[in-house]
Design a binder for this molecule. Structure first.
Ligand code: GLP
Length: 242
């Protein structure tokens, strides 16, 4: 695992966007795995700026979703599909034909999970997976004690994650769904390159457990230690417990 300490979130975004741009120059139809949350926004902004300036062509890029709420209609503004359309696809000039994700509104959620795992494999696998990290060390929506070999499946959110995510639902925890679909940890580990960005003091304990703790299901992100090409980019504040 490679750990890179950057001065701030903007610098982290630039660094990772440049790695994505390099990948796209080498492989124009690369499958980019993207995460939601506030942390990756500087990455997407920096990549969109490179596309806007002509420094990289993303017109053939493909985008794969990491996780999704269950029960929100796909066009709900806070479904992760909608969030990723606004924050990633539109700024890169991509339409939804370039997008793949699990169907969080499917009547048979388990079948939708299986179908998404298969779709990722038949698309050739994720080339570069962007990850954020929850304050409890979760990646995607793999909450603590998720199996490190897990596949895409339905999960129940912890109270802490629902509290953390209430800010996207007018601060009202009642509106935050209880269930989600997430790529499993085993699924995530199949991406060719994992890049986790963590910024701010609130992530310092989770980062320390990820990088310096034992590989253990209590900190799902510690599974990155098992991956042959994992990069953890942290700002000074998130690195403060290392
Ligand atoms: C959610 C997402 C994760 C994300 C996490 C942290 O739980 N499912 O993929 O990493 O939030 O979000 P933030 O970056 O806003 O702290």
């Amino acid at each position: 695992m490679e750990v890179v300490i950057v001065p701030d979130a903007k610098a982290g975004g630039e660094l990772i966007a440049e790695a994505m741009a390099q990948l796209l120059r080498r492989k124009p139809d690369a499958l980019l795995g993207v995460a939601t949350g506030s942390t990756p926004l500087p990455i997407y902004e920096a990549l969109a700026a490179r596309v806007g300036s002509g420094a990289v062509d993303a017109s053939r890029a493909r985008v794969a979703q990491l996780d999704e709420y269950v029960g929100l209609p796909a066009d709900h503004p806070e479904s992760y599909r909608s969030v990723l359309r606004r924050e990633v696809l539109e700024p890169l000039g991509l339409d939804m034909a370039a997008f793949m994700g699990p169907d969080g509104a499917a009547p048979d959620v388990q079948a939708a999970c299986l179908a998404y795992d298969r779709a990722l494999a038949s698309a050739g696998g994720v080339d570069l997976q962007i990850l954020g990290i929850g304050t409890d060390g979760h990646i995607g929506f793999n909450e603590p004690c998720s199996s490190l070999a897990s596949r895409t499946r339905i999960k129940t959110l912890t109270e802490q994650t629902r509290v953390d995510n209430a800010r996207f639902f007018e601060g009202d925890i009642e509106q935050v769904p209880h269930h989600v679909i997430t790529q499993g940890i085993g699924t995530i580990l199949e991406a060719r390159h994992l890049v986790l960005l963590a910024t701010g003091e609130g992530k310092a304990d989770a980062v320390a457990a990820t990088v310096e703790g034992p590989v253990a299901a209590v900190c799902p992100a510690s599974a990155l230690q098992l991956h042959p090409h994992a990069t953890v980019v942290v700002d000074e504040a998130a690195a403060s417990e290392l």
